[in-house]
Design a protein around this ligand. Sequence first.
Ligand code: PEP
Length: 251
Amino acid sequence: MKFPLIIANWKLNGNKYFVNVFLKKLCYKLNKKKLYNIAIAPPLVYLHTSIKEIKNTNITICAQNVDVNLSGAFTGDVSISMLKDIGVKYVLIGHSERRIYHNETDFEILKKFINVKKNNLIPILCIGETLEEKKKNKTKEICFNQINLIIKNLGIKVFKNCVIAYEPVWAIGNKVSANFKDVQKIHKFIRSTISLYDKKISKQIIIQYGGSVNYKNAKELLMQQDIDGLLIGNSSLNINNFLKIIKILKN
Ligand code: PEP
C-alpha cells in the first residue's frame, strides 16, 4: 500500500527555536502512528539539526536544493554527496522559485536529477505551468515537456523510485489552491504520459500536488485517485495547521 507522501517545504523560514519546537511536537504526535510518509524540507543550515530531531521516527528529510557540481571551488554551494552524508532522503529539483529567482535552466535541472539518482537519493521533480501558460491552455504541454526533458535524456527507468510534484506556479503561495478536480485531471495526464513508456513505473511513481494546500482543502485533494501526496509550503510553517493535515491521513 502507498501512503500519501506529505512534505513540509519551509523555504526560507524558521530559526533554531522554530525547528526544535516544531519537530519535537511532530515527533511526539506521530509517536504512536507508525504508518505514514512524512518529510520535512528545512533550510539548508537546519538540515543537520532536523535529522537529529527526527532520529528514531519514520519522518525523513528533504533538501530544498543541491548544487550541480560534485566538489571543488564552488563557494557557498552544497553537493549531493554532502546531503547523502548527513542522511537526507529527498531532494527538490526544479522548484519554480529556483527556476524563477535563480534562473535555473533545464540543463541544470537535468544535471541535478542525474546526481541525485547516482547517489541513490530520491529526486522530487517539480513541474507546472505559469498563469500565462494556463490561460493559453498549455498546462499539459508544459508538464509533458518538463517530464520529457528527463525521459529523452535519461530514459524512463530513472523514474523508478522518484517523485513528481505538480505545482502550478500560479497556485503557489496563493490564497486559493488549484481546484481538486483540475489537479486530478493533470495528475492522470502525468501518470498516463509515464505509462506510455512504462506501465509499472506509472503505477509506482508518487505524484504529489503542491500549491496553497491547507487543512481545509487537503482532504479533497488526497481523495483523488492520482494524487499521491502533498508538497506544502506556507501551511507547513504552523505545527498545528500541519498536524491538522496529518490528521486527515488517519481518517
Ligand atoms: C511550494 O512552494 O512548494 C508550495 C507548495 O508553497 P505553498 O504551499 O505556500 O503554495
